[in-house]
Design a protein around this ligand. Structure first.
Ligand SMILES: Cc1ncc(COP(=O)(O)O)c(C=O)c1O
Length: 468
């Protein structure tokens, strides 16, 4: 078979599979797999070629850093490779009109939307979270007397565009501080949200509340339903959420954490979902949004909106206007969708979430049992927990002795890497501290197993035993 026909078969095959399985248009039925089965069959790299596995992660490599980058299962890599071959075999058709790769991305946007329980025109496919957040923040028509609320733990993907807006326009940025990391372990979600965003005149009526769904700093999750309630209570116009550390880890297609709680939600395909690099999703709740409320700043379609008050003069929904922006990573988008389908094939996003949270809880329990004050991640209220566990390094034989500096954290990370275990160190601001504190962050992903956590715990004990 020629490369071109091989690539074509891969895509025809997918389409047929989608049709036959009724996958598109309705959420795939979960297969009844348990987290135990998930761990045994998909998490560990036991050789079984009939299954789509994370075969590029060596069996002796304990990768616990999906918060930085995920891996890709074999079926996603194969799909991406086949897509690239097909693109190369027929470039103009691919870019102009191919259903998978064409510049308007109708098919992939519709399929992603169906899996998330929203409509095609709520979805724009992006390169990453940063691109989505920039599209939103630079697109909204901020004025000098507007206020945008953030926290002191926001990622630069939010802080950077807001700083441009502040410098160019004069919009006020209000930064709310999280309680000290040591207090987060026992706090409840209601208590925290009221503390962060009190109902007072400084916050009431702000134009935007810009927060993270899960914080990369402490692993704390802000439940979307509570954020929605708070934004409504404070009469804030837009709830804008950075979902970089949530999508693929938490099920945002259903229930209290459904993305429709937000006005805008930006997330990656390349972290917890284990899709390809340079893939992401932007959700826009109001598919009819248009200038002067919102401008398509990264788009080739602004000219269509020149007279946006005339409905006939704006034939593009905003998501499509943002989609058409020169040549994008369309084989990547198609493969991100394949990663979403893989999640459904192995039991669905809810089961994956359960697996990730169960593993994360066992890391949290291990740290809490070894050094009761070392955790910086919530441990009591389940709605604040995520698949990230953050803790300060401690001396194994004197567990009340905690370390907060970058050098110690980087040292622990390097020592674990020598043992083929990857975690990372992370810095964050604390109230009343001039310097950031540093801690260790462990991501437990769909491909990790209890066996790997045992390896991590043994190695961590050895490394921390050397700290005095
Ligand atoms: C909270 C948060 N936002 C944004 C990003 C950037 O993500 P992306 O590479 O998808 O733009 C990260 C990356 O770690 C993150 O943790």
């Amino acid at each position: 078979m020629s490369d071109k026909s091989k690539a074509t078969t891969e895509f025809t095959g997918r389409r047929q599979f989608l049709k036959q399985s009724g996958f598109v248009g309705a959420l795939a039925v979960t297969s009844g797999l348990s987290t135990q089965v998930l761990a045994e069959n998909y998490a560990d790299n036991t050789p079984n070629t009939s299954m789509c596995k994370f075969s590029q992660l060596a069996s002796d490599f304990t990768y616990l850093n999906s918060g930085t980058e995920g891996s890709m299962p074999k079926c996603v890599i194969d799909h991406l490779n086949a897509g690239l071959l097909r693109w190369a075999s027929d470039p103009t058709t691919s870019y102009e009109s191919d259903p998978n790769f064409g510049k308007r991305q109708h098919k992939n946007r519709a399929d992603v939307a169906a899996l998330l329980g929203v409509e095609k025109d709520n979805i724009c496919l992006t390169d990453n979270t940063t691109m989505g957040l920039n599209m939103v923040l630079m697109g909204l028509n901020f004025q000098a007397n507007d206020r945008a609320i953030i926290t002191n733990h926001e990622h630069n993907a939010i802080v950077s565009p807001l700083t441009v807006i502040k410098q160019r326009i004069g919009t006020k940025i209000i930064t709310r501080e999280f309680p000290h990391a040591h207090k987060l372990a026992n706090i409840s979600a209601d208590e925290l949200i009221d503390y962060l965003f009190p109902n007072d005149p400084a916050l009431r009526g702000a134009k935007a509340l810009c927060v993270s769904h899960v914080y990369p700093t402490t692993g704390l999750r802000l439940p979307l339903n509570l954020l929605r309630k708070k934004a409504d209570e404070l009469e804030i116009e837009y709830l804008i959420v950075d979902g970089a550390q949530a999508f693929g880890m938490l099920d945002v297609s259903d229930g209290d954490e459904h993305i429709s709680a937000c006005d805008f939600y930006a997330c990656p395909g390349h972290k917890w979902l284990n899709g390809p690099p340079s893939t992401g999703i932007l959700y826009l709740k109001n598919s009819e949004i248009h200038p002067p409320e919102f401008y398509p700043t990264l788009s080739q379609r602004m000219y269509k909106f020149e007279d946006a008050t005339d409905k006939t003069a704006r034939p593009f929904p905003m998501a499509q206007a943002l989609q058409v922006r020169g040549c994008s990573n369309a084989p990547g988008f198609s493969s991100m969708l394949r990663a979403m389908q893989f999640q459904h094939d192995i039991g669905g996003p809810k089961l994956v979430e359960q697996h990730i949270l169960t593993l994360s809880q066992s890391v949290k329990d291990f740290i809490a049992a070894s050094s009761p004050n070392a955790l910086a991640s919530p441990t009591v209220d389940p709605s604040l927990k995520s698949g990230l566990t953050v803790f300060f390094p401690f001396s194994w034989y004197k567990p009340s002795h905690l370390f907060y500096d970058k050098k110690t954290c980087d040292h622990v990370v390097a020592k674990l890497l020598e043992k083929n275990i990857q975690i990372r160190s992370i810095g964050f601001d604390e109230p009343d501290q001039n310097e950031p504190l540093y801690a260790l962050r462990v991501s437990t992903a769909v491909f990790n197993s209890k066996r790997q956590l045992g390896i991590f715990q043994g190695a961590l004990k050895e490394v921390l035993s050397q700290l005095i």
